[in-house]
Ligand binder design. Structure first.
Ligand code: ZN
Ligand code: ZN
Length: 290
């Protein structure tokens, strides 16, 4: 993993810190059950919801897609807390995500399970060092902010601060549950969108997009709304990803609540026709390698 696209010293020993943290946090999560209490379980769930929201509502729907507006202070908060979830900085994340939308399920896509298989799409592309430098030319609207470049360069720092704060506040139990286990859970839930929300499907897809994106209720529940991935690939710049009333999209509900109190504004809606019941498209055979 990279310490960020703007890191100038590629040979610096600091470049190993993110990989070490990922391994250490996974090891910590394995030991969490030894210190189980109901309080810790509830606190870890709350931590998971906050972490998922800053990734889905922050990294994805704000930094990658600019689907709503907010203040520079809240933008910073989304970036810092987002980086504390061990998913690199906002510039790295959003840049690769824009690249994904542009090249989804083609040989240029960084994480297509159709072309590279489940494990590479899930975590191989993050860990093998080939995607340390994102194509940040596609993110000039955010690379101009020095505070975002700082977070991206030292993206391991918010992770370390989050771990230290949970340990000081609640001891080893909090460190393993609220920090390690919740972080590992939100890390893999996010990666499941790469590895499982694309691929061949037997059921008709709602939109016959050029990629293999598909909708999934259980992925939407796990990721606070990101499972409506076929909807999202069809209308990528809208804030809301669950179009029908039953397409649960907790991230959107939180953003709606934040818009009521003025923290965010200008949420983008799908066109009215998308809220009706479009005729499902016929299944499209998945793209084949080569
Ligand atoms: Zn996708
Ligand atoms: Zn997207």
């Amino acid at each position: 993993m990279s310490i960020g696209p703007t890191a100038p010293h590629r040979r610096s020993p600091l470049r190993h810190i993110p990989t070490f943290l990922v391994l250490a946090v996974h090891a910590g999560a394995l030991f969490a059950p030894l210190l189980f209490t109901w309080h810790l379980l509830v606190a870890a769930l709350a931590s998971y919801v906050v972490q998922m929201f800053v990734i889905t509502g922050g990294y994805h729907r704000y930094f990658a897609h600019r689907s709503y507006k907010t203040s520079r202070v809240f933008q910073f908060l989304l970036a810092w807390v987002g980086a504390s979830t061990m998913q690199n900085g906002p510039l790295w994340w959003a840049s690769w995500h824009r690249y994904h939308h542009r090249h989804a399920d083609t040989p240029s896509d960084a994480h297509s399970p159709v072309l590279r298989g489940f494990w590479y799409a899930h975590i191989g592309w993050v860990m093998d060092g080939t995607h340390d430098r994102p194509p940040v030319d596609n993110l000039r609207d955010f690379t101009r902010y020095p505070e975002l470049r700082f977070i991206d360069r030292f993206s391991w720092l918010p992770v370390a601060v989050f771990g230290a704060v949970t340990f000081l506040a609640g001891g080893l139990g909090a460190l393993l549950w609220v920090f390690a286990l919740a972080t590992v859970a939100s890390f893999h839930a996010t990666l499941f969108i790469n590895s499982l929300a694309h691929g061949p499907t037997r059921r008709p897809r709602r939109y016959d997009t050029a990629d293999s994106s598909r909708n999934s209720l259980w992925l939407a529940l796990l990721t606070l709304g990101e499972g409506w991935h076929n909807n999202h690939h069809r209308f990528m710049s809208v804030t809301r990803q669950g179009f029908r009333w039953w397409e649960i999209d907790v991230t959107y509900y939180i953003l709606e609540a934040l818009s009521l109190v003025g923290v965010v504004r200008s949420l983008r809606q799908p066109p009215a026709s998308a809220r009706l019941a479009p005729r499902p498209a016929r299944p499209r055979p998945a793209p084949q390698p080569g």
